[in-house]
Design a protein around this ligand. Sequence first.
Ligand code: GRF
Length: 211
Amino acid sequence: MSDDQRPARLAVLVSGAGTNLAALLGAIDEDPDFGAEVVVVGTDRPGAGGLDHAAASGIPTVTVALADHPDRRAWEDELIARLADHEPDVIVLAGFMRLVSGTFLARWPDRVVNTHPSLLPAFRGADAVGEALEYGVKVTGSTVHLVDEEVDHGPIIAQQAVEVREDDTETSLHERIKAVEHELLPRCVKLLSRGELAVDGRHVRVLEAHT
Ligand code: GRF
């Protein structure tokens, strides 16, 4: 919930299928105390599947493709401006496959959250599931964290382990990680939206009054 007790306004950024967006929308629908609403869905990929979930819920969408801009900076400036039109309080990167810069983060300090399909700091980057499988780890998982200027690095809000099976493929393992993300991401977004997280350097604490 924002300072004045109205629901926090969420912008959700997606690049792919948007199953995490769908899970977040479902969690908000089911929980009158969630304390947030999705006011805009943004993407860098025209036609991203996540846009269909937004449309089905009547949520406005913005598409800002890198290819339509002379450079990254112009692209990000446009993305910031188009999101800012909707006055979001919190930005959720839900499978958004582009990095955001310090300029973006300064606009929403400690208010940009990301879901990553590994137990960070292991397997940062875009191929976290494939690399975990390749490395032969027995356990990987899901991390939800605040975003800073380094890739998949900011303060961790929550993590949950997922066992790797001997017969796992990248697809089967990613499906089980996504099932975990679909619970973990909404839970973390709810805490952030309701002002129930205290951030101290790398450490994020759920405020005791709310546990
Ligand atoms: C998720 O596993 C997310 O952690 C990763 O990309 C996937 C996006 O899935 N960065 P979806 O678009 O939410 O279905």
